[in-house]
Write a protein that binds this ligand. Structure first.
Ligand code: UFG
Length: 335
């Protein structure tokens, strides 16, 4: 297929681009590189450095079979502080994408949605039929886009898949996490293990879970990438298919830290901080629909994610120009 990848210079988009190329697809990446990195775009993909508002200019070239849409603002805390930025970029930006997809009669769309649409769930594992009650602006904007895509499918015959990611981790084919503002548990804990950061703050150890720390469902970015390739052909014309992507098993923050210490052979210095606002206690995906509709089952476990993320982070640190050792403490954000 000839594909347009919106946000192909970011973490997940750059990994999916690599797999698409490996599988023989043609890829054009559109990314404004505001949070992504030009050098993360896979060799073999053309980069158009533009805002997603210009999607129509690229689709006008003709011949595209599918759009994969990863381009979004995705920091939960920032979304609560700057809601307008999230509604403009994620919702208005995607409106422009959908207009272009319709105008140029692109038959298929794959969209990066999130488990954040479910908010604090009544039960785990979470099926796609669970109530959607996002607790932050990020989740609300992704839910709005899911609804907008559903309406578009009904009206135009577009075949679309929204993939609701749980906690994505790991690295693959030379691409991995390189956020300038890092908020995710695994990269922060790896940096603490490596001495690039003083310590990891555990955001609360008084949650209603067995060891008191929150439980999440971690999924390897390479498994996630495979789900996107399968999603390209999973929906029928006019259908909007929604699938959760997780491993179906939950790990607490303390279990993740223990795994990191085992894999790296280093200690992760920690302190217990107050809870982060908006964090649910437990998020685990039901994988039934992804298995049935995409034929997808994840193959890599937490250990594999940590090992791959560690190798990627160590490689990058080794090739980075020498700087003073980072001493910024991992402080808890204002709640
Ligand atoms: N955590 C810490 N200390 C840190 C960072 C995280 O204790 O320094 C804890 C969090 O409280 C949480 C767990 O580690 O319990 C995982 O936190 P992450 O920030 O890595 O991930 P989240 O579960 O908050 O969020 C992820 C994605 C979001 C998405 C959400 C959906 O990053 O984009 O999953 O559930 F919305």
């Amino acid at each position: 297929m000839k594909t347009l990848v919106l946000g192909g210079a970011g973490y997940i988009g750059s990994v999916v681009t690599r797999l698409l190329l490996q599988e023989g697809h043609q890829v054009v990446v559109l990314d404004d590189c505001s949070t992504g990195h030009e050098d993360a775009v896979a060799d073999g993909a053309e980069l158009v450095r533009e805002d997603i508002g210009r999607t129509g200019d690229v689709l006008a070239r003709g011949g595209f079979d599918a759009v994969l849409h990863f381009a979004a603002k995705s920091l939960v805390g920032e979304s609560v502080q700057q809601p307008a930025l999230y509604w403009h970029t994620n919702v208005m930006g995607t409106r422009a994408v959908l207009d272009a997809v319709t105008e140029h009669r692109i038959p298929r769309l794959v969209f990066s949605s999130t488990a954040a649409v479910y908010g604090d769930p009544d039960e785990v594992p979470i099926p796609e039929t669970a109530p959607t009650r996002p607790t932050n602006t990020y989740g609300a904007t992704k839910l709005a886009v899911d609804m907008m895509i559903g309406n578009e499918c009904t009206a135009t015959g577009l075949a679309a898949v929204s993939l609701r990611y749980f906690n994505v981790a790991g690295a693959a084919w030379g691409a991995g996490e390189r956020h300038s503002t890092e908020s995710h548990l695994i990269p922060i804990a790896l940096d603490a293990a490596a001495g690039r950061r003083e310590r990891l703050s555990i955001f609360g150890d008084d949650w209603p879970t067995p060891d008191g720390t929150p439980i999440r469902d971690y999924v390897h970015v390479a498994d996630l990438a495979r789900a996107h390739v399968l999603a390209l052909t999973a929906a029928a014309p006019g259908e909007h298919l929604i699938c959760n992507l997780g491993n179906g098993s939950g790990y607490s923050v303390r279990q993740v830290i223990a795994c990191i210490e085992q894999v790296t052979g280093r200690t992760v210095p920690v302190e217990v901080a107050r809870r982060r606002s908006g964090d649910p206690a437990r998020l685990v995906a039901s994988g039934d629909r992804a298995r049935e509709r995409l034929g997808w089952t994840p193959e890599r476990d937490l250990r594999g994610m940590v090992a791959d993320a560690w190798a990627f982070a160590q490689d990058r640190a080794a090739s980075a120009p020498a700087t003073a050792p980072a001493t910024a403490p991992a402080t808890a954000p204002a709640t």
